[in-house]
Design a protein around this ligand. Structure first.
Ligand SMILES: Cc1cc2nc3c(=O)[nH]c(=O)nc-3n(C[C@H](O)[C@H](O)[C@H](O)COP(=O)(O)O)c2cc1C
Length: 322
């Protein structure tokens, strides 16, 4: 089975992907958080920075686009091809209100006729490989009965399914029955995404879907970056060794974000976002989580993080609450 790192906006930046890749078992594919192609202009400086080949050396990176305008998608795809990319991904899952209200992300799923026209146009005009990351509907899983046949009409590189509807956001159990049906009926290769937080979750998924080609790990891998290796090799490292690896990851992220971000506040914001997931892997983490959250200077932040690494170990095996 292949393993992918999910795109998480604000978290899985090129800084994060490189740091992860140099310490933990490399993923088969990494996806950028969504890039939003603008009318006329293609991508922003920040977005280009995230996909620059020199910032992603040795990684299999798939840039993800979020738009419902075929001409903007095509223009951004051409920019990405100029940078050497041979595969891109379309975001049909983002549940955020501002995105959905514009008919993008999961909001595009409510407009199947327009969606089909969009796909017709991009598939007829582009030669680059295109995959889709989708939810199963906006409000009702039954919507997938209409959507899946549309996806089946195109030669997708793969169809990544997060089997929730938009209204679920990231809560409620993933709908495995809907996923099972999609696997049976999709002519395209299917990838599973959603709530894989432990080695046990991975094993259950493989037992239920023995033919599954790939799984995309999101919050589970941010909370426990060892998750991919644990799923593949089916063992756990000693807590001490695992804690050392988390510390190496933290050092790389902290140094590299200080190099590229201006001002303590921005660095603290980034690091706190990552800690909101990763802290849950530590023993007795609550008081440390509070100290990290409350730190308003890099100095106080460092004191809190050093105390955590000195006094606690990585012990959790996937009992996270996100
Ligand atoms: C903070 C956050 C940011 C996300 N950003 C993106 C994104 O940019 N593109 C995307 O397709 N999905 C995004 N997602 C969804 C994840 O890629 C993934 O589908 C979701 O978290 C479910 O998988 P998980 O249960 O393994 O985390 C985001 C999710 C979270 C929590």
């Amino acid at each position: 089975m292949k393993y992918y790192l999910a795109p998480l906006e604000g978290i899985t930046t090129y800084i994060y992907r490189n740091a992860y890749h140099s310490i933990f078992l490399p993923m088969d594919k990494y996806f950028t958080p969504f890039l939003v192609p603008k009318q006329k202009k293609s991508l922003s400086r920040r977005e280009i920075n995230d996909i620059l080949p020199e910032h992603n050396q040795g990684l299999f990176l798939v840039p993800q686009l979020l738009t419902n305008r075929a001409e903007d998608f095509i223009r951004a795809a051409q920019t990405l091809m100029d940078y050497g990319y041979k595969e891109i991904n379309l975001n049909l899952g983002c549940p955020s209100g501002t995105v959905v209200s514009k008919g993008k992300g999961a909001g595009f799923l409510a407009r199947p006729v327009e969606l089909e026209r969009f796909l017709d146009e991009i598939f007829s005009k582009l030669t680059i490989r295109i995959s889709i990351k989708t939810r199963i509907g906006v409000e009702d899983p039954e919507e997938f009965e209409t959507l899946l046949p549309i996806f089946c009409r195109y030669p997708l590189e793969e169809l990544i399914i997060h089997p929730r509807v938009r209204e679920d956001y990231y809560k409620n159990p993933p709908n495995l029955l809907a996923f099972e049906k999609a696997m049976g009926e999709s002519g395209n290769t299917v990838c599973y995404n959603g709530n894989i937080f432990s080695m046990g979750d991975c094993e259950d998924l493989q037992k239920r879907f023995p033919k599954l080609a790939s799984v995309m790990l999101g919050r589970g891998s941010i909370a426990n970056p060892e998750l991919h290796r644990e799923c593949v090799e089916k063992n756990f490292l000693e807590p001490k060794r695992k804690t050392e690896q988390f510390s190496q990851l933290h050092t790389l992220l902290y140094q590299n974000y200080q190099d590229i971000l201006s001002g303590e506040r921005n660095v603290l914001f980034k690091m706190k976002e990552i800690w909101s997931y990763m802290i849950q892997s530590f023993s007795n983490y609550e008081p440390y989580a509070k100290r990290i959250r409350k730190a308003e200077t890099l100095r106080n932040y460092e004191i809190a993080v050093h105390a955590l690494f000195r006094e606690q170990e990585v012990t959790s095996y996937g009992r996270f609450s996100f």
